[in-house]
Structures are given as structure tokens and as C-alpha cells.
Design a protein around this ligand. Sequence first.
Ligand SMILES: [Zn+2]
Length: 526
Amino acid sequence: MKKMLYLLIIIIVVLVIILLIRGMRPANQSLEQKAVTKTENPVILLMIDSLMDEPLRKAIKEGRAPAFKYLIEHGHYYSNMVSSYPTMSVTIDSSILTGTYSNKHRVPGLVWYDEKEKRLVNYGSAREEVFKLGVKNVIEDNLYHLNHSHLSRDVKTIHEVLAMEGAQSASINALVYRGNEEKTLNLSKALSKLDMMPESLKIKTPLLFSYGALAQFSPKNNQNTQPWERLGFNDKFSAHELIYLIENGKLPAFTIAYFPDLDKNVHKDGPMNHIDAIEKTDRQLQEVFKTYGSWDEALDSATWIVMGDSGQAKVGEDKSQSLIHLNKMLDSYKIHKITEPVKKDDQIVIAYNERMAFIYNLDQNIELEEIVKTLQKDDRMNLIAWKNGSDVHVATSGQKEKLTFRPNGDFNDKYGQSWLIRGEYSVLDLSVNNFQIEYGTYPDALARLYTSLHSHSGNYIIVDAKPGFEFAGDGTPVHPGGAAHGSIHKQDSLIPMIVTGTDTKPKHMRVVDLYPWILKLLNKSG
Ligand SMILES: [Zn+2]
């Protein structure tokens, strides 16, 4: 009965959206009015959601990814770039655009609990969950709060730095985009009357801003913004917008274009069975290169950075095993119901980020360690982490000893970070020799865990699932037989990056190290 009701709501909303999209054409923007200064060597960053090294190599070997192959042969290929944590797009994009982890940029994950407002923030994880949290909240979180209240003002995005230094930039379909230009997004009168979304939003964007059906340049894209095409959040739309900028001589110093399609296929078909989808993405790259006349010309005309944002790990087919139901494990506590506001007597709130979750303890009478002990009983947990003062503790299932660490100590890692560590190193698969820390299964684990535990206020635990498993809550997206991400494991965390047009590279192979390098490529200091 409940399911039928949701289905009915979904059908009604889709119909309303179709009607509205038809009348929402003013989202077309004129490129002519934009005074774009021609740049000698523009940088174009193509973000291919969930692009991974092994399947990419396989696609190339089978002759199904000629554009990727061409880029690699004419540039540099880095196969093991370390992503941000949790390995969810909004957090990673925020790291790329600001050069910081989440303790500085303050976008903790796709879903997290805002202690001050006493509510779950969700930038749009799944249709069902979205309906449970309320469409209006999710739209506002995604379209407004993500960029304008959550993404910290203490950090500057690449777009903001460039604007301050007199350079221009473009953002195509990226969820994180904050820039210096005021822009009004006209949403919908009808839906605002139904109190489902605000009528319009004032946002700050780079000079050139494309955002699905809500902001587009290319008239060709009118056909790529239908509700069943995710309102323009698709590869075709992104490619057309980029092509339109190139064709009209309006490519700014820096462009970031987001290609979302591949992620969907990896989730559905698993980490190695999505070669068809890579082939499709490759075709979009070919379309873009074609604009230049020849592929050589394309590479001569710009510095290209083509990269993934996170990997994905397999999720077992057998739901009874592969899905970890945290609410069942913690059912001796009173857990917040997603359909309701957080209540006074709620003891636990859970924010699901696929293979990672934040567990918030709202009850001062409960010790975090008590919850940790319950979680530890399940051997599907990769790790469980929490903080106590400036110490971070990490435990795992099947191991009594824990690891404790904090920044600034005698131990150094290859990223130039120093740590004080004690306890059982194997919990985080660390090898330590002469005070030098080497990471194994969990790349840059100390910094990524530490920053995630300091990304927002609250008394919370991080849980992270082993490959093969994912967390499942009420209405959260699940992928049995497919794949998911979110965790700190190398399968979720390592991404490939192809760079052409320069022999320089970031100081370290981590997404947080891209920012100073990109600014340097553009001769800007930041
Ligand atoms: Zn995904």
C-alpha cells in the first residue's frame, strides 16, 4: 500500500515536471552576451563519474575506446590517483574545486546530519529516499545549500580564485560550481505553489554555467533535457554544451565538464562489466574532439585532464548477505525514522553513503564505544572510526586491538603529513618502518579518516563496509549484483587520470593536490 502511494506520487510529480519543463525554456542562455577572453592554452577538465583503471584498459585493449587510447598515447596516464573520503561525488568535487578535504570544505558526504538544524541533509541519493525526506528540502539542499551554505566560505573554489585574478571559467553539469557571478535560477511557479520547490534561487556561478534543464547554452540541447533524460544531467548534454563553447570561440581559461552516465552503468553492471558504457562515453569524447577538425588539433588547442572521481566495489548478489542493515543491528536504540523530523527521544541518526555511513549518537547517556562494540560483531565491516578529543580511534571486526592516531607526531607519510600513532597498525593496513608510514588497502587513510571525522559537528561514528557489501536503510539506493562506492578501500578510492599538453604533474597523486597544479597551469597563484 505504502509502495503504491509512493509510485502514485512519483507518477504525478513526473507528469507535473514534464508540463513544467515544456514551459521552462527560458533556461536557454545566450552565449553572445558573454564576453569571453581568448586564452592561449585553456585547461579542460572532463570528469567521468566512476571511470576506473582496469575496465578502461580492457575497453582500450578491445579497441572500444579509441579517444581514451589516443589521449593516453599522446599524454601521461596516472592510474592510481587517490580520491577524497567518503568516496561520494559531492565530497570529491568539493575537494577538487577547493584543494581541501572535508574538514576544510565542509561537504561531509552525499547524506549527513546537520546538528544545528536537527535534520538529515541529502543532496539527492535516490528517488525513494528523496520522497521520504521531502522534495523541497532535497532541491534546496542540492541547488542552493550545497554551494552557498555548506561549502565553506573559508575556502575558495578554482572558479572564485580565477575570477579574482581576472580569468574566466566554465562549469558544465558539475554539482559543485560556486563562482563570483550572480545568477537567478528560475524554477517553477506551479511547483512553488505546491510548496515543492522555491520559485527561483539566487546563486553564484562561474561566468559560463550549464546545469541541465535549468541552465543551458546550446540550442541543440533542447532535445537532451527531458525528464527521462535526467533533465539534462547526461553525457550528451555535457558534450553538446562543451562543443557549443568551442564552436563559438567562447572557451574560457578553465572549463570543468561533468559526464554522469558511466556511474549508473557501473552501479548496475559491476566494476568489470560496463565496457559498453565506456564505449559510449568514448563516443562523446570523439564528438568533442571532432569540433576541432582533427584529434591532433584538439590536443594542440588545450590542456586536457580526463579523470574519474571514485572507483566502485562489487556488491554481492545475495541481498541477505550483501546488504548491511544498520538499523536492525542497532535496534536496541531508538533510531530516527527518515519520514519524520528528528524527535527529542531519538537516540541514533544514520546517514547512508552507500558503502560508508555516519552514525550519530544524540543521547549523552550512551558511550560511542558501546555502539562500536555492537557494530564490531559484524564481520562485514571494513572499519569503524570515531574521535575522542584530538585522538581518532579505529577498530575493525574480528580484532580486539584498535589503532589510535592524531596529526603531528614522529611518524611521516609520503604526502608530507606527520602523525602520532599507537596500537594495532594492521587495523588500517599500515606498514611502518623507521617512522615512515606506508599505506596499503586504504590509501591516505589517516588524513582521509581524520578529516572526515572533523568535517562537521556532532558526536558520530564512521562505518565503512568491506568490498562485496553496502549499507542499506529505509529507501536508500542498493545495488545487489552490481557495485557501489563511498568507502575508503582502494577499490572505491583509486581513480585514473589522463593529462595531455603538459609534462608537469600534481605534487602528489591525490585529488586534493590538483588545485594548486591547475592554477599553476593557468599561471595563477591562488
Ligand atoms: Zn555512484
